[in-house]
Design a protein around this ligand. Sequence first.
Ligand code: NYM
Length: 212
Amino acid sequence: RGGKEDSRGALVVLEGLDRCGKTTQSIRLVANLEKLGHSAELWRFPDRTTSVGQMISSYLSNKSQLDDHTIHLLFSANRWEKRSLMESKLKSGITLVVDRYSYSGVAFSSAKGLDIEWCKAPEIGLLAPDLVVCLDIPPEKAAERGGYGGERYEQLEFQKKVGQNYQVLRGPTWKIIDACLPMEDVEEQLQEMVLDCVKTCQEGKPLSCLWS
Ligand code: NYM
């Protein structure tokens, strides 16, 4: 049932193709949660501030070359190095809104041709999100939005494959929002889903681990 002692923050993940609006929406969501009196923090992966994150950043901006398996494991390591902090924040009652997580890890790497089960393996044991919201956008529409920034992976054909992989990964904790709706509508739908999830976590829903 969960008494007050089991109360915790929610782990909420936003996923979607590049240029789907995740970053804008995650910033707004955290601001809205705080306005409503919830403690919330915005996180993102890759976290480019760590030394692993700097290797990732250099790879993404084409300043370094890495084998596909190696970069996959670095993205995963970047989540592992944040796992214990993530757990303690959640247990202290803070809701974490995370811009990309393991699903990006698997969807992007397997779009290069890596085996999907191999991609999932290093993610096993990371904290499982309470809610994954996927901002759904046709790859062609995303490409029209101000163009891609020129980082690795920001190409239409590649994004189409990533989109297909997201479909394969969709599970019971996934909710979809049409990212082509006006920004305010996306914001409102997202907030409603997240408030619901925050409530069940306050009531003591136990934390669980990937891959479930
Ligand atoms: N990306 C992100 C991956 O390939 N694997 C991962 O595990 C994560 C978290 O990095 N194109 C890719 C997706 C993006 C790129 O992300 C950088 P962002 O949100 O643009 O900083």
